[in-house]
Design a protein around this ligand. Structure first.
Ligand code: ZN
Length: 456
């Protein structure tokens, strides 16, 4: 109903509505204890490993002491294992506790809710497979989330209130709009770009607006920023707008995407990893390394045998959050993997270093013999040239559909090569249907997953 009124209002009213809406959100995101959290984080980024450990321990006691008192799941869990979360001395005990899966969270949502925390909003995690997961947020958990984001921005020369392009899937522009593919949050100094209208014919309209808006940074979906950067470079506009930083989020960032963005906007691209569930964060530092943000939580890295992974080994991430209070998560198996690196980053942060975030859940394919291959689309396409964008859809164990946006140089040899890559990786029986498209279709949320598996 509200959406219908919004869609039919004049643009100027939509701007006003967006501004008010964003103001309302900011009031609780940056209200309450936000300033206190942010000043703490500004200090704690200089903490030694020992200081960080001690703080994590105290925070764990608070978060899970509260969880023990107010949720039936954690009451039972800690009682079963005879652990008093308010008096733990280290995190060694974690590994004896069961792993929490998305399914458990989905099946018994109420058992995890902290009854003493007032829920101010809920966020939905979509995903290309399975039912969405609803995460409730109270004021404090929200304020932690935004304090972490603000510090990440500050570490890279950007203030939260600086002029910015907001490029997420939020549908602020009605689909039938013909000219103005953006709306403005005047107070937040954000230009919200529509993910659904950008194309070769509309790019120049976007570009004129962006130039006159003079943004300092971009925040948004990786694939959307990549799209914009490609248009900028193809139209020889690179260097016309010099930004301070780009913060892509929510999707896998490839090397190619990164160089396209850097070329377009002459600035650093700083990736980060998090999820709506309120898991610990992983952010990229100015030296180009990924670090676990220790104040946000504890990440265990386990190999296939369930043992702690060693440096260089592919590891499953098991996450315990120190910032999500309304639905605490302990040993959560998010489904993503990483490779640990020796802790030798020179950026000054005493935070665990990750060599590579190797896979997100949607990047896995499952084979008939039970094998699972991570980062499949990356493995297929990493040596392929002349492909601008692609999407692999696994329809059955051996049946795939491959959508390709080809460049002018693409030939039948490239298709043969891609087919060979499939056979190298998963065997000769594979059936592939190629489909050449103008653009990869976006999900309703505005994302473009590089792989969709319909096989459970
Ligand atoms: Zn670093």
């Amino acid at each position: 109903m509200l959406k219908k009124i919004y869609d039919n209002s004049p643009t100027v009213l939509q701007d006003l509505f967006l501004t008010l809406q964003a103001f309302k959100y900011r009031k609780f995101r940056q209200g309450g204890r936000y300033n206190e959290f942010l000043s703490f984080l500004r200090k704690s980024q200089h903490f030694s490993k020992e200081e960080l450990f001690n703080w994590q321990l105290e925070q764990f006691k608070k978060v899970f002491g509260e969880a023990y008192d107010n949720t039936s799941y954690y009451k039972q869990l800690f009682d079963n294992y005879n652990i008093d979360p308010k008096s733990v001395r280290d995190f060694d005990f974690l590994k004896q506790l069961p792993v929490l899966t998305k399914d458990i969270l989905r099946q018994h949502p109420s058992r995890f809710i902290n009854k003493e925390r007032k829920i101010v909003y809920t966020a939905k995690t979509g995903g290309t497979t399975g039912a969405p997961l609803i995460t409730p947020f109270d004021g404090e958990s929200t304020q932690w989330a935004f304090a972490f984001l603000a510090r990440f921005f500050e570490q890279n020369g950007v203030q939260y209130g600086d002029r910015n392009l907001h490029m997420t899937g939020q549908q602020v522009v009605p689909l039938n709009e013909k000219k103005k593919f953006w709306r403005t949050d005047f107070l937040g100094k954000s230009l919200y770009l529509s993910v659904h209208h950008l194309g070769p014919k509309t790019f120049h309209l976007y570009w004129n607006k962006i130039i006159s808006f003079r943004p300092k940074y971009i925040f948004g979906y990786t694939s959307f920023i990549y799209d914009l950067a490609r248009h900028v470079n193809q139209n020889n506009k690179s260097g016309q707008l010099k930004l301070q930083a780009i913060f892509p989020s929510s999707e896998k960032l490839t090397d190619e995407m990164r160089s396209e963005m850097e070329l377009a906007f002459s600035c650093k691209v700083l990736d980060h990893y998090g999820s709506t569930e309120g898991i610990p964060l992983i952010t990229e530092c100015k030296m180009g390394n990924y670090h676990v943000v220790p104040e946000s939580g504890i990440v265990e890295f386990l190999n296939e045998q369930g043992e702690p992974a060693v440096v260089g080994e592919q590891a499953e991430m098991i996450m315990t959050s120190l910032r999500q209070l309304s639905r605490p998560i302990l040993r959560y198996k998010i489904g993503d993997t990483a490779i640990l690196s020796p802790d030798n980053c020179t950026c000054g942060l005493h935070w665990p270093v990750i060599q590579e975030l190797t896979g997100r859940l949607s990047e896995w394919i499952t084979l008939k013999d039970g094998r699972r291959i991570s980062q499949f689309s990356h493995q297929v396409f990493k040596m392929v040239s002349n492909v601008i964008e692609s999407q692999i859809i696994q329809e059955g164990y051996d049946v795939f559909k491959v959508l390709i946006v080809k460049s002018d140089q693409f030939t039948v040899d490239d298709e043969v090569f891609i087919g060979d890559r499939f056979r190298d990786l998963i065997g000769s029986k594979v059936v592939i249907e190629f489909e050449y498209v103008e653009a990869i279709p976006k999900t309703i949320g505005g994302k473009k997953p590089s792989l969709i598996s319909k096989v459970k």
